[in-house]
Design a protein around this ligand. Structure first.
Ligand code: TYM
Length: 329
């Protein structure tokens, strides 16, 4: 049995990228593996969220997880800040993480460009915190989207380096994972490469059918191809990419044929796409509206999750303390 772990930052509601990149894969793995899923609230501090909003954001993510199908009877669901052992492991791993390699990480360079007034040490060491999240349970597989691939490579490097430095075979080298497939990237509907919270181009699991229709309608298109079988521009390919994850294969093929024969009617395609997205999100949205009212349930889930996560995390920290040479008098 493999140990599977994944997490999402608590910076707002979950969108289709989070769902198809990470969450759905995780949900499919719950029955056959030891599964941990957590809410990365410490990670969210790197962008200095308003303390008054932090708890609400954590709640939104938690509710979306449960509504999407993460089952607390099968998986351990917890909030990162409820497990202090993660922060302790982060500290030890930082002693073996080097300025040069951290500063070269794509996510760091991108954030430093986006928030030049706040290039803090937490941003720089984001990959070590992420490695601590994963190594604290010695996970084998980490279901994530394509954008997290580099972080996983660094986690493997940190695990290997720790083992080599201390002459142990303690940490496993976890892999980024997508249930039987390549890692994926869900694009935005605005022609950009990636759907994201901060990109302002996301369709959320909690969006109403009306909002979804409106967003899909606004997606960038053009007057259609004039040459048969021509290459699609990126913003059109993006629509097809989303269609491939939400629609049936024959529906996708139908629009591929229309494209290839220059009979493309974007209005029809968008209507179909919006409907197929709504088919995925509306059962989740219904459960969101139920679960968000049930504070007692959310308390129970997070308390039990924290207990189970700490049980596993404590074992790791005790072993790591021994390995680095801490001893009791
Ligand atoms: P975050 O919160 O940005 O995104 C959460 C998960 O959603 C995936 N994702 C996408 N996948 C495909 N297409 C997209 N457009 C898209 N947008 C987001 C991400 O790949 C991710 O899997 N650093 C992580 C959170 C984290 C974590 C961890 C993940 C912290 N510690 C340990 C796994 C294991 C992050 O910021 O993801």
């Amino acid at each position: 049995m493999d140990t599977v772990l994944s997490g999402i930052r608590s910076t707002g509601n979950l969108h289709l990228g989070n769902y198809f990149g990470a969450l759905r894969n995780f949900i499919r793995m719950q029955d056959e593996n030891k599964c941990y899923f957590f809410i990365a609230d410490i990670h969210s501090l790197t962008t200095h969220p308003d303390p008054k909003e932090l708890h609400g954001n954590v709640k939104n993510v938690l509710v979306d997880y449960l509504a999407a199908g993460i089952d607390p009877e099968k998986s351990v669901i917890y909030i990162q800040s409820d497990v202090p052992e993660i922060s302790e492991l982060y500290l030890y791993l930082n002693m073996h993480a080097y300025m040069g390699e951290l500063a070269k990480t794509s996510s760091f360079k991108e954030k430093a460009r986006k928030q030049p007034e706040n290039v803090n040490a937490g941003l720089l060491t984001y990959p070590t915190l992420m490695a601590a999240d994963i190594l604290i349970h010695n996970a084998d597989k980490v279901p994530v989207g394509k954008d997290q691939e580099q972080h996983l490579e660094m986690t493997r490097k940190f695990a290997r380096r720790f083992n080599n430095f201390y002459g142990v075979e303690y940490f496993k080298e976890p892999v980024a994972y997508n249930f039987g497939e390549q890692l994926i990237k869900i694009p935005g509907l605005d022609g950009s490469g990636k759907m994201g919270k901060s990109e302002g181009n996301a369709i959320y699991l909690a969006d109403s059918p009306k909002e979804i229709e409106k967003k899909v309608k606004r997606a960038l298109t053009d007057s259609g191809p004039t040459e048969p079988n021509s290459v699609k521009p990126d913003y059109i390919e993006n629509l097809f990419t989303i269609m491939r994850v939400v629609s049936a294969p024959d529906v996708v093929q139908h629009y591929e044929n229309k494209w290839n024969s220059c009979e493309m009617r974007y209005g029809d395609m968008k209507k179909q796409l919006a409907q197929d997205i709504i088919n995925v999100t509306s059962p989740i949205r219904e459960r969101i509206l139920e679960i968000e009212k049930d504070d007692a349930y959310l308390r129970k889930v997070t308390q039990e999750g924290a207990e189970k996560a700490r049980e596993s995390a404590k074992k790791t920290i005790e072993a790591v303390r021994q390995i680095v040479g801490f001893k009791k008098f």
